[in-house]
Design a protein around this ligand. Structure first.
Ligand code: PMT
Length: 405
């Protein structure tokens, strides 16, 4: 569990729509992440979700309309105290009516008054019927709120409880959470920058049913993309085939072969301020892919003629525009530091992450990694931990390097 998520204080407003049934799941995921949660229910939300369920999960009193301007719970003034206590105010689901309350500064309810008193980051997750969402009134309220600095997250599309198919669904708790973590993440030092990350393996097809590949899961590259997004960057993730969900908020380019990864990197190179090559790109492919499945002949060996793929990183190093930072990884099993140093120089990199993949808990597949970061000026920094923590630490060094430019 990432340390920075611990003890964060979330004020959770739930308004009365059918999507409120997802609220206990969202709340529970915050508690599991180590956060503290205070919850305000609107009168109509009480019809959709049980305060007892929310109280049991959060181990806290649930603030309902009857608590507004009541001293019964021995709390100061709930709508003021709760917003002072919170690090962030989240409303999910946020109905059309609550959007209007918020945009108009209408404060005759507990949630409305808390919204008006609030000075903390506010994140709204609208969820409603597609016609209600696309109505000019709702869209104007959303625009007004965005212009005031409030974050309004686009609803998901799909089949809604009202029977309509379209945009208006409350995203699942893992998507909701990514937006919250981004909002809560303390560093915003990549704002305004375009970060390109490569991740995962490549598949170099021999015939239609067989390929040459490696065990890369994509976890390291996806963690880097996610943390660059948390830090405010516009992120493009170029990923080989993995079983991971594309990260939230990121421009995702799915590729299969090294050649496709090469093309995607070239397309994004000119706008990239930072490129991080965490992918395990196949070094070799068959000279010519067989068009049909190769048949096994009795006892006959099969010789494949392999040729080298283009080295994407080396090519990017040759083309590097002024001010761009290019970072490579070196997955090694022997002479780790020497080999990584050679790659740093031959590929014209600014930094290389030497990854001894024979170390337990490092490299392919693991949720953790152990890296030696070798800088162009010869300095070496050791980082280890979960791939999330390693990604965060690696980006700290990238930011330091950028600040020195
Ligand atoms: O995906 P995970 O399971 O989380 O595992 C993470 C990882 C082990 C894949 C990652 O930490 C890692 O070490 N990635 C680099 C793997 C690799 O291909 O290393 P390399 O030493 O073969 O390549 C050196 C650099 O050149 C790399 O940045 C690589 O992306 C790049 N390269 C390599 C070959 C090629 N044809 N083009 C390239 O751009």
């Amino acid at each position: 569990m990432s340390q920075w998520k611990q003890n964060k204080k979330i004020l959770f407003g739930i308004s009365g729509g059918i999507a409120a049934y997802k609220a206990p799941d969202i709340l529970h995921s915050w508690i599991k992440a180590g956060c503290e949660v205070e919850t305000i229910l609107t009168k109509s939300a009480e019809e959709f979700v049980s305060p007892l369920v929310l109280a049991t999960l959060s181990k806290k009193h649930i603030w309902c309309e009857d608590d507004f301007l009541s001293a019964d719970k021995g709390w100061k003034i709930p709508h003021i105290s709760l917003t002072e206590w919170a690090d962030i105010f989240v409303i999910a689901p946020c109905t059309a009516s609550t959007l209007k309350t918020c945009a108009d500064g209408e404060c005759s309810t507990l949630l409305g008054a808390a919204l008006l008193a609030n000075r903390k980051p506010l994140v709204l997750f609208p969820a409603m019927n597609p016609n209600m969402l696309s109505h000019t009134e709702t869209q104007e309220n959303i625009k007004k709120l965005i212009s005031r600095g409030c974050k309004v997250v686009d609803p998901d599309s799909g089949l809604l409880a009202c029977g309509y198919e379209g945009k208006g669904r409350l995203p699942s708790s893992n998507i909701v959470n990514e937006h919250i973590w981004k909002e809560l993440f303390p560093k915003k030092d990549l704002r305004g920058l375009h970060v390109v990350v490569t991740a995962g393996p490549t598949h170099e097809y021999i015939d239609p049913v067989r390929y040459i590949s490696n065990p890369s899961s994509g976890k390291m590259g996806y963690a880097l993309a996610k943390y660059a997004w948390y830090r405010g960057a516009e992120v493009t993730l170029i990923s080989g085939p993995t079983s991971l969900m594309p990260p939230v908020g990121i421009n995702f380019i799915s590729v299969t072969t090294a050649e496709e990864m090469y093309n995607a990197c070239m397309e994004n190179n000119s706008t990239a301020d930072i490129i991080i090559m965490a992918a395990a790109v196949g070094d070799f492919k068959v000279e010519k892919e067989f068009s049909n499945k190769i048949k096994r002949e009795e006892n006959a060996p099969l010789a494949l003629h392999l040729v080298q793929n283009e080295d994407i990183c080396a090519k990017l190093g040759k083309m590097k525009p002024d001010g761009q930072i290019l970072i490579g990884f070196a997955a090694e099993t022997q002479n780790v530091m020497e080999n990584a140093q050679k790659k740093l120089e031959s590929k014209n990199l600014d930094m290389i992450a030497a990854n001894n993949v024979l170390v337990d808990g490092a490299g392919f597949q693991f949720d953790t990694n152990v890296l030696s970061l070798i800088m162009k000026n010869g300095k070496i920094e050791e980082i280890s931990g979960t791939k999330d923590d390693v990604a965060d630490a690696l980006l700290d060094f990238v930011v330091t390097k950028r600040q020195g430019l």
